[in-house]
Design a protein. Structure first.
Length: 517
């Protein structure tokens, strides 16, 4: 619930903000490198050399490698980019683009043209973003537009040195930097039931062990071990905070991401639960870890997976749930879409219309309606978003087909099919371990007003008295201090996770797991 960013043309862009159903309302322009809900952070294609394409036109350009950094001015979420132009054969050029906030690096570009008075290049499908810029008289800056799916955005760029190019990207001051006052090591282990290998980082505090440990579970969509999203690395920040206070942690790449094998889009939350069980088994074999003090920490979808494991595992000593869903996926998506569109300023009648279309689409998917019916509803939802926002010309036929195809594919993944119908309360009712459940008061993806009491009641329904449930003021779905709570605000905030949230998590874990100074 990433919403694994359109994010990935694929998991939310953001934890729990599903591109498939929110469509253009939440979609990050440009790479659309995520295709499923939130959470949500994106797997980057391997660096390649872009094919040489259109020769430069106009006055001759300097035939030397050039670094250009710039910004695409997108409402509420400007994107910083770095484009590297490299001379190719004859008068042609090749080029790559980095989009740090989306985790995209060295994406090959096509239709590259460089002259003394202009720059042009295209990020190919599925992004299909066309850039055209005019260079200033001195040749050191350029301005123009990016056109993507019928929408036009201003772009400004400046030529920089190779050294200056390394500074492109958002400020993320909380990201841990070595040297660390604790040990870290890269680990791999097997989930034999799924025939996959999982890779992660084990952080171990100083001092004599064995130490208590927290196994972290990411939100929806293909996430790396740090749950990287818009340049933020919340799990790395949490791991650092814990290790400095006597608690070890294991954070793990999702299936098919980083060093882990397998496939996230083909997996469901139940499959991820089996990965967590494999992680517990691995931790029990580590000499520096206290096998009696293994806790789980899940965010968004991860907070749905953690109770599934804890409910039937005597090896779990405690559970931390960050933004845990307390209703079915269908209910979550309905409230999420309404809240986000309302916060974005859409009129009530437009919000109601979009929610009705979304729910019709979900009902069709559940009822196994024909592809034609489902595609029609997806197109209706896309057109509704465009009309409501009033920010773009109608999509041309090719652009609409590409978007409908991508969303149709996502709606038919095993993950989405499971998520829509799964009721997390069933597992929550079976959890007997101590539980800390935290919500962000400004969360628009898992609304505390609709989920907090459901989670509390489910946990307490079977007599579990060791339950702490809180909504933290001013925090969004990622537990950042926020103004609006909108997904597009995540990238604009330099804070990765609020100190108040870190302190709540660490203090509770130290007390529950018996960590002394």
């Amino acid at each position: 619930m990433s919403m694994r960013r359109y994010e990935r043309s694929g998991r939310a862009v953001y934890p729990l903000a599903f591109a498939a159903l929110l469509l253009l309302a939440l979609e990050s322009p440009l790479t659309q490198v995520r295709a499923s809900a939130s959470d949500e952070p994106a797997k980057t294609p391997a660096a390649t050399t872009a094919p040489a394409s259109a020769p430069s036109t106009g006055p001759a350009a300097e035939r030397a490698k050039q670094w250009w950094k710039g910004r695409i001015t997108i409402p509420t979420m400007p994107l910083d980019i770095l484009v590297v132009f490299t001379p190719a054969e004859s008068d042609a050029w090749s080029a790559t683009i980095d989009i740090p906030v989306q985790g995209a690096s060295k994406l090959p570009l096509t239709d590259v043209a460089v002259s003394a008075d202009a720059l042009a290049f295209t990020l190919p499908p599925p992004a299909n973003a066309v850039f055209k810029l005019d260079r200033a008289a001195d040749g050191t800056s350029a301005s123009g537009t990016m056109v993507q799916h019928g929408m036009t955005f201003p772009v400004s760029m400046e030529r920089v040195s190779e050294r200056e190019a390394g500074s492109v990207g958002p400020e993320r001051p909380q990201t841990p930097k070595p040297p660390f006052p604790y040990a870290t090591r890269e680990v791999t282990y097997r989930n034999e039931s799924a025939d996959i290998t999982l890779a992660g980082t084990l952080s171990v505090p100083e001092g004599k062990g064995p130490h208590p440990v927290v196994l972290m579970i990411t939100g929806s969509g293909p996430q790396d071990r740090d749950e990287t999203l818009f340049g933020h690395k919340p799990f790395a920040v949490i791991a650092d905070h814990l290790a400095r206070r006597g608690i070890a942690s294991l954070r793990v790449d999702d299936r098919g991401v980083g060093g882990s094998t397998g496939s996230t889009p083909k997996s469901t939350s139940e499959d991820f639960a089996s990965d967590v069980r494999a992680g517990i088994a691995f931790l029990q074999q580590q000499p520096e870890i206290d096998r009696r003090r293994i806790a789980l920490l899940g965010h968004s979808e991860g907070a749905m997976v953690a109770p599934m494991v804890a409910a039937d595992s005597p090896d779990v000593a405690a559970v931390v749930l960050l933004a845990p869903p307390g209703k079915t996926g269908q209910e979550i998506l309905k409230s999420q879409l309404a809240a986000i569109l309302t916060a974005a300023g859409l009129p009530a009648d437009k919000v109601e219309s979009q929610v009705k279309t979304q729910q019709k689409l979900i009902s069709q998917v559940v009822a196994d309606a024909s592809p034609a019916e489902i595609r029609k509803s997806i197109e209706e939802l896309i057109r509704g978003e465009q009309e409501a926002s009033g920010s773009a010309a109608p999509l041309d036929a090719d652009a609409m087909k590409a978007l409908v195809d991508a969303q149709y594919e996502q709606m038919n993944t095993p993950w989405m099919q499971f998520f829509i119908l799964h009721d997390p309360r069933e597992a929550l009712r079976k959890v007997r371990q101590p539980v800390l459940a935290l919500f962000g008061e400004k969360d628009l993806q898992v609304l505390p007003g609709e989920n907090l009491m459901e989670v509390r009641q489910a946990l307490e329904s079977s007599g579990n008295t060791r339950v702490t449930v809180k909504a933290l003021p001013k925090l969004n779905h990622l537990f950042q201090e926020a103004q609006t709570g909108l997904v597009m605000e995540y990238a604009t905030l330099s804070q990765t996770i609020a100190p108040a949230a870190l302190d709540e998590i660490t203090s509770w874990l130290r007390t529950t797991l018996g960590v002394s100074d």
